[in-house]
Every structure is written in structure tokens, then in C-alpha cells.
Design a protein around this ligand. Sequence first.
Ligand SMILES: Cc1ncc(COP(=O)(O)O)c(C=O)c1O
Length: 391
Amino acid sequence: MVLNVPFGDMKLRYQEIRKDIDEAVQRVLSSGYFILGPELEAFEKAFAEYLGVKYAVGCASGTEAIYLALAAAGVGHGDEVIVVAHTAVPTISAISMTGAQPVFVDIDPASYVMDVSKIQAKITDKTKAIVPVHLYGQMVNLDPILALGQEMGIPVIEDVAQATGATYKGKQAGSIGAFAAFSYYPSKNLGAFGDGGAVTTNSKEGYEKLLKLRNYGQSKRYYHDEIGINSRLDEIQAAILAAQIPYLDGWNKRRREIARAYTEGLQDLVIVPQENDDSVHVYHLYVIQSNDRDGLQKYLAEKGIGTLIHYPVPAHLQKAYEYRGYKRGDLPVTELITRRILSLPMFPELSDEQVAYVIAEVRNYHLKNPSAQLVYSPDVFSTSQTVSNPA
Ligand SMILES: Cc1ncc(COP(=O)(O)O)c(C=O)c1O
């Protein structure tokens, strides 16, 4: 029997909360107010409250949220920004948009996020920000980065695009760095029905600058204090997002339940995600490592199971960033896991039957192909260690 398990299905969220969404959209349409109005103000307030942060500023996408956060932190032409290459490339595009150069550090093999022990060696007098990316819903171990940033006078800007609702030592992702950037791309843990993003901060000065930067640099109409852009979260998306905040924790809880089932069902055959101590992972993506990723992906597709690779080519090896002069071998952990990773279906509306089916088929493939099996040995958890490729 083949059961259809898509990688994602955005219709399901709408079906679940149709009444709230329809009501929100109708309210905006009837108001005649579409840009920078009361819905955005209400959403920004509610989102900031949810996070426990002073200010949230809605904008047009996660990419622009990162750009605006960097610009508000004063990052510009000729500066350097320390970041991982194992991320969605928009993290890096946003750095480039400021005129700064991305400086790549490797990741920790157990958690897939920034290896904090690699940062210090990359700091120069041009370093103007560090951007930890809370990838797949897992928060970076921020304390050592914040301490380093503080010591060197370098702001830490969180990329929270994939981790809305995650926590670190009881604090929400996006409430800790000098600034934080969120994406509301539809499939995100909190997603719009279109594009959207936000920047959060506890700095009043930073907040005031962000308000200008997202709106042509205006302090008041036709008076431009900053070189700004147009990056606003429109009223319809703001109303849709506000309607979803009450559901977010429940959806994240369901993601964690699915993750627990996957982990229990698969950990003897493939490498499963490891959760950092002190943090709550919200599983935007559930990413395994197999020794025959491509064979597994093809097999799962034949069985009706959608999968994706996040990401097949790390940023330092992308054509667009060739000019930076990185070469294969520069980020060994990133490059190694790029060949092994596969994202399984992960969204709150998955049924228990679908989850069980995915587990059964991933197991079947690895039981039939023992050379594809891959499990962690304890020493691989050491962040100072590079994993050797047994393949
Ligand atoms: C880690 C990360 N950063 C930044 C972005 C960019 O967000 P957006 O697609 O809303 O521009 C994304 C989403 O694609 C992301 O996953």
C-alpha cells in the first residue's frame, strides 16, 4: 500500500483555522487600510509580547528582516559578518545586500548549527556582526557567542527564520541578541499566507531606526533621515499572522511529538537530530543523515513520501559566492553532512498514520540496504571534532 505523505500542505492550516483567517481578511478588506495600519500595530505588539521582547517591527520577508537588522546595527560596505554556510542562502544574500562580506564558520556535527568554538579565529577589525542561525528549529548555544560579542563589541543578530517559538534557557528565540530576524514564509512555524518577516529588539534606538529603514528612511512623510527601503508587512498578512499566534505553541508541540516518534523509530538505523541541552527545539524541519541519501530519497518518492534536502549546496560553494574564494574542504563538517542529510515530512497536520508510514519506509530501506545505515558514535558529539566520512 502506498500512502501519500507530501512534504508539506499549506491548505491544511487554512482548513483548520478557516474561521479566524476569513474573519481577519474580511476585517482588513472592509477597513480600506492596507499598509502600516492598526493590524500591523496590533500584530507587532502581540508578537513582541509572545516573545517577551520590547519591540517587533514587521517587514516584507525574512531576507529583508536580516538586512534591516544588520543595517540597524550599523553594518555596511566593507564590513565583515560571521555566519554559517549551512543555512538558507537568503541569510547570506541579506548580508551581501548591506555591502558587507560573509565570513563562514563551520557547524557542530551533532546539532547542525554554528560551531561556537570556530568564531574567535575569524574575528578581524572589520567584523561588525555575528549571525547565529537557529537552523531547523534548533537554537544555537548563544551564551558563549554573546560573551564573545560583548568582549569584542560585536552585536549578535539571531536568524530565527526557522525557529519561531524555540527557547534557550527559558528565553524565546529572537529575544536574546541585539536584533533578531524572523521569516513568515508560509511553511514556517508561524507562517503568513504570502511573504512576511519581522525584526525584534529591546533597543529603543534600534527600534526607531528600524521603523525608518523599512519605510524609505522617513522620519515623517517626505523627510528622509536614513537611506531606507520599502519593506513593510501589509495589513492582510499582519491580521492573518495575529490570528495564528494563539495556535503557535500547540503546533510546535505537535511538531515535537512527531519528532519524538521519528527519533524513537529511526535512531538505530540513521543519524537523527540531537537536541542541545537547555533548549527547546521546534522542528521546523526534521533532518536525518543516511549513508545513501540519494537512494533513500528516490525510494521514499516511489512510496509517495515527499522529502527535500536543506541544503544541497552550502553557501560558500554557491556560484554567487565564488568571488569570496572559498573552496571545497574549507568547511569539512558542513560539506560532509550536505551529502547525507534528508528532511522528512514535518508539519503539525501530519496524521499518526502518516508518521508511522514514513518511519516504516525509512526503516525498510535501511534494513534492505545495510550499507546505508549510519549511527552516531559517541565521540562524534564532540564539537571540536570533524566527522570522517565512512562512505
Ligand atoms: C534560515 C533562513 N534565513 C532566512 C530566510 C529568508 O526568509 P524569507 O524567505 O522570508 O525571505 C529563510 C527562509 O527561507 C531561512 O530559512
